[in-house]
Design a protein around this ligand. Structure first.
Ligand code: MN
Length: 266
């Protein structure tokens, strides 16, 4: 790898890495961090997945490498600010302290080079399931895996019993519709919070849906995640914000070209 291919930006925002889970994509993230340096890095929650680690220790070397890479950036002078999420809520007890130079804060207001004020938060407090039934969310992780497993067995059993076909896809379409409602309710609540704070921009994570769009005059930015979307947000030296998708090592060759920009959220 050529070191000159590293882009220097003013600020990086990364969230929902979920270290400690099999879904995490540490290699793509390491590649991304190798190609991006920043004065300030915001870790916008769910960086380490405490829920999954509690259920069973999973911590391969590559996950360690991500932590080491971030700590190396601190040593090289980057300011790293960690806004805990719900999967790393144990860190909320440490708000105001710092670990290896990483500052832990509840939420932050970032001011860009252009003077734009951005409220930075993870977003789980606007997730009604997490807020009112956290046990359901934890159960949901398991239930989802179980539902996929069950559907395969249910359809086979029904076939064997001569029962009509039960459509998993029809059932999941209903799920998708509910998911869309969930996303818009979440975005509405986040935007309302920005309005309460008197800022015109808000940046969050949590729902794993990268976005950069205007909602009721508020710029709504979601960093996405490093499980599926592999996205991050960068602030350039002129204050311009960019949503970067880093989904294949092909980007190693493409770093000198401007990265693809996402139009809207999925
Ligand atoms: Mn979360």
């Amino acid at each position: 790898m050529d070191d000159t291919a590293t882009r220097h930006v003013r600020t990086l925002f990364v969230s929902d890495i979920h270290l400690g889970t099999r879904g995490c994509q540490p290699d793509l993230l390491l590649d991304f961090l190798k190609h991006h340096d920043a004065d300030t890095i915001y870790l916008v929650g769910d960086i380490v997945d405490g829920w999954r680690l509690k259920a069973g220790w999973y911590w391969p070397q590559s996950h360690n490498d991500v932590v080491q890479k971030l700590l190396r950036k601190v040593r090289k002078g980057a300011r790293v600010i960690y806004v805990p999420g719900n999967h790393d809520e144990f860190l909320r007890d440490y708000v105001g302290s710092n670990f290896g130079g990483i500052e832990i804060v509840e939420e932050a207001v970032h001011v860009t080079a252009a003077g734009q004020r951005i409220l930075v938060l993870h977003g789980d407090k606007f997730d009604m399931v997490i807020r009112h039934a956290p046990w359901l969310a934890k159960f949901g992780d398991v239930a989802y895996d179980l539902a996929i497993w069950l559907s395969a067995h249910v359809s086979r059993a029904r076939r064997r019993m001569g029962l009509p076909y039960w459509s998993f896809s029809a059932w999941s379409k209903g799920k998708v519709k509910r998911a869309v409602n969930f996303i818009s309710a979440f975005q509405d609540a986040v935007v309302a919070d920005a309005e309460r704070h008197g800022v015109t921009s808000v940046l969050c994570g949590h729902i794993h849906q990268p976005a950069m769009e205007r909602i009721r005059g508020v710029e709504y930015i979601n960093t996405g995640d490093w499980v599926e979307s592999c996205t991050a947000v960068a602030e350039h030296h002129d204050g311009r914000l960019e949503l970067i998708r880093w989904t294949s090592p092909a980007h190693v060759e493409a770093t000198l070209r401007p990265p693809r920009r996402l139009a809207t959220a999925a």
